[in-house]
Write a protein that binds this ligand. Structure first.
Ligand SMILES: N[C@@H](CCC(=O)N[C@@H](CS)C(=O)NCC(=O)O)C(=O)O
Length: 209
């Protein structure tokens, strides 16, 4: 398998965590999103939405979207329950991640780390406020001190949420101070084979002033 990837992307980190924890051999190919390589025709052919991550199977078929990649990789493994209702809970938190966490904290983090937050102050503040609200919802989801977000078992929902919750401070939000989120992050990080290899944004990601 091949992962079209960027080492500073939280969405790509989710795919890398799952690939490593499942012991799936893969080749990582960096697509430099800060140089607009994600919008080049050859990448658009892999993902009509022009973003990473994209997983390419040995057949050449491609799977864009971090959530779709996680669910594809997790099928038939301990990272995804067979039971229909338990699986619906995994889906619940993965949809929540995309709708509430990724759409707010990932964008705010991008604006802050590329130095665009001052120029887009109102947008950034609104994204951080929405992200903080999403973190409060996550904290309520973890309030019964369950080990992982869906219960006793670690699933791809935990991996999906980890992507942007663990680095919420880079967006200007506070995750670790919210209820049991800090303890949950530590439990995720302690799962076998877990590695967070997210790297800082490169210098050329900074907006030209
Ligand atoms: N919903 C998508 C979002 C993917 C996404 O926004 N990827 C960013 C990097 S984190 C990207 O490729 N941005 C480059 C661009 O928009 O051209 C997912 O979860 O995979």
């Amino acid at each position: 398998m091949r992962l079209y990837d960027h080492p500073a992307s939280g969405n790509c980190l989710k795919a890398r965590i799952a690939l490593r924890q499942l012991g799936v051999p893969y080749e990582a190919v960096t697509v430099d999103l800060f140089r607009r390589e994600t919008r080049a025709p050859e990448h658009m052919a892999r993902n009509p939405d022009g973003r990473v991550p994209v997983l390419e199977l040995d057949s050449g078929r491609t799977i864009p979207e971090s959530g779709a990649i996680l669910l594809y990789l997790a099928e038939g493994t301990h990272l995804l329950p067979d039971d229909r209702l338990e699986r619906a809970t995994v889906h619940q938190w993965m949809f929540f991640e995309q709708n509430q966490v990724e759409s707010s904290l990932a964008v705010a983090r991008f604006l802050v780390l590329t130095g665009r937050d001052e120029k887009y102050r109102a947008v950034t503040d609104s994204l951080v406020a929405r992200g903080q609200g999403a973190l409060s919802s996550l904290a309520r989801g973890l309030a019964d001190e369950r080990r992982f977000i869906c219960g006793d078992d670690y699933t791809v929902a935990d991996i999906a949420l980890y992507g942007y919750v663990h680095c919420a401070h880079e967006a200007g939000a506070d995750a670790r101070g919210q209820g049991t989120i800090g303890a949950w992050l530590e439990r995720v990080e302690a799962t076998p084979g877990f590695e967070n290899d997210l790297v800082p944004f490169p210098a050329h990601a900074m907006a030209a002033s």
